[in-house]
Design a protein around this ligand. Sequence first.
Ligand code: ADP
Ligand code: MG
Length: 243
Amino acid sequence: MNALEVSDLSFAYGAREALRQVNFSLPAGHFAALLGPNGAGKSTLIALLTRLYDVQRGDIRVGGHSLQASPRPALRQLGVVFQQSTLDLDLSVEQNLRYHIALHGWSRRQGATRIDAELARQHLTERRHERVRDLNGGHRRRVEIARALLHEPRLLLLDEPSVGLDPASRLALGEHIRQLCRVQGISVLWTTHLLDEVQPSDDLLILHQGRLVARGRADSVSQAHGGTLGSAFSRLTAAGAAS
Ligand code: ADP
Ligand code: MG
């Protein structure tokens, strides 16, 4: 069963087309990089997947559930880390998570068990009482990931999670997330505009001017369009290549 299926998805802001007939599926347990320059439509896709915006044309299925027809079971399987951080800097790591436990309507005890598990999984147990303001960018991102995984979703969406991180933290975060896929079988959609965040064995989706101009294993896409990912990306996203 696919974790995610996107069919003929188009979206426009008024007259401005942001997504044009996007089609792809993401198998369970796969790490997919959605690569595209600024303005390609990455955040628009995330907004549609999380139902921030209503689908205008096309269909989205999460774990087999249609997002429009059965939003609750579909959303239940989704965890999301948005491009802009939404942590409260003045609260501790644990307080930021506890607030969400209340939103999910869990008991204190159930919530405490989930928080312990996710903090451990993100290697944050020892930082649970630190204020988020005192953490570095990489650790802050991990707090958001822990929070996104509290309800044990099967699909994790990360919109440009590496923005603002130094190169070493960027790569460490990528490794950490790929390990979640391998070990826990979670599926991940990771958006970025940076080529060096894509690894040869990743599923790769290249978005340009709202169109998917390539999809497949990253090394196959590179081979099919110029040899290296850099040359494939320049060729596929050259001005007007998508129109
Ligand atoms: P990305 O995340 O890849 O940088 P976006 O999804 O943010 O791309 O934007 C895709 C296109 O839609 C861009 O042309 C952008 O200017 C436009 N856009 C994004 N948000 C809005 C909005 N709220 N209103 C109008 N146009 C928007
Ligand atoms: Mg964006």
